[in-house]
Design a protein around this ligand. Structure first.
Ligand SMILES: [Zn+2]
Length: 68
């Protein structure tokens, strides 16, 4: 059994990427985030969908006028 080469990439192959946002810009589909893992340097492009706002009332509370 040969020991794993120590000259290889010393980073673990699996780890929790610690994404940091390098830049971001808005698109029609949402926000495009250019992120980079602070641990291994892997870069990724994320799409952050539009934040769903809390639904607001579009109209006043309507009562049945005919009831009165
Ligand atoms: Zn990483």
């Amino acid at each position: 059994v040969t020991a794993p080469a120590t000259t290889g990439i010393p980073l673990p192959t699996t780890h929790e990427h610690g994404w940091i946002v390098e830049s971001a810009h808005r698109t029609l589909d949402g926000r495009v985030l250019y992120v980079r893992c602070d641990v291994c340097g892997t870069r990724r492009v994320d799409l952050e969908p539009h934040t769903v706002a809390v639904p607001g009332a579009l109209s006043r509370e309507l009562r049945d006028a005919a009831a009165s």
